[in-house]
Design a protein around this ligand. Structure first.
Ligand code: ZN
Length: 261
């Protein structure tokens, strides 16, 4: 059994910015996929914003156990019908991992239902990530804390719902702190947000960051069959109620009606 991973890369700054292109000559998505493919239990492929349907057709999502999302400059260019499809896949049981500036991506905001805002500063600060849940599978094999010498600062308050579990918190050289590894369940799907990954720094080449992503893929993987239609809202007629009942009182809906959506 191999976990099928798809890495979505926005692929904008790799094409436009010399520094980013120097750190990630094949794109950040390729570096992330290569890190995942170091694990023989996983097989990662990449898709980019520029492909038709951003590479995220219904067929592709049906063949994806865990989707990873990195975006920053072009969140608004992601087509809404693709966002609908991605969220349906998560609600149906697909795992999903959002990296760094994906906090403002359309699918993350939809799945969280909150502004997902934060404070930020681009000053190459040291980031120290502390494990807050030592036996969590996403933290497996990691030291109690590790550092990234240069990162963008993200600070609290982070405008997300309270997570199931906080796996990491970050401290920044300038003094701010941030909940940098958060788990959620959305429908049948496991969702993980991981903070590091600003494109002008070599974060996705870092061994600890790569380990977190590999661990998160395994945590997010849900082996159960996908739910066919996670938006299904069937009417249950009186005759098929689990217990025998007599209909009483007035009613608005007619038999066999779809109901309001
Ligand atoms: Zn950034």
């Amino acid at each position: 059994m191999v976990i099928r991973v798809t890495v979505f890369g926005e692929n904008v700054h790799e094409q436009k910015n010399r520094i980013v292109a120097g750190i990630y000559p094949e794109g950040m998505h390729s570096t992330i996929a290569q890190a995942i493919n170091a694990d023989p239990d996983c097989r990662a492929v990449t898709v980019t914003l520029q492909e038709p349907e951003h590479g995220l057709t219904a067929e592709k999502l049906a063949q994806t156990d865990v989707l990873i999302w990195w975006g920053h400059a072009a969140h608004g260019d992601v087509q809404d019908h693709v966002v609908d499809r991605v969220c349906d896949a998560v609600w149906s049981g697909m795992g999903m991992i959002f990296l760094h500036s994906a906090h403002f991506s359309k699918p993350f905001k939809r799945l969280m239902g909150t502004p997902c805002n934060l404070t930020w500063r681009e000053a190459g600060e040291r980031e120290r990530l502390w494990l807050t849940s030592r036996n969590h599978p996403i933290a497996a094999g990691l030291p109690d804390h590790f550092e990234l010498e240069n990162e963008e600062m993200y600070g609290e308050p982070f405008g997300v719902p309270e997570p199931m579990e906080t796996v990491f918190v970050s401290w920044f050289q300038g003094g701010e702190v941030f909940r940098s590894g958060l788990t959620y369940k959305r429908g049948a799907g496991n969702v993980f947000y991981f903070r590091p990954g600003h494109e002008t720094y070599p974060t996705f080449h870092d061994a600890n960051v790569q380990r977190v992503i590999r661990n998160a893929v395994k945590w997010a993987y849900n082996p159960a069959a996908r739910i066919a239609d996670p938006n299904d809202a069937p009417n249950v007629p009186v005759e098929t109620a689990p217990e025998r009942i007599e209909e009483r009182g007035p009613r608005l809906h007619h038999d066999g009606e779809q109901g309001f959506r």
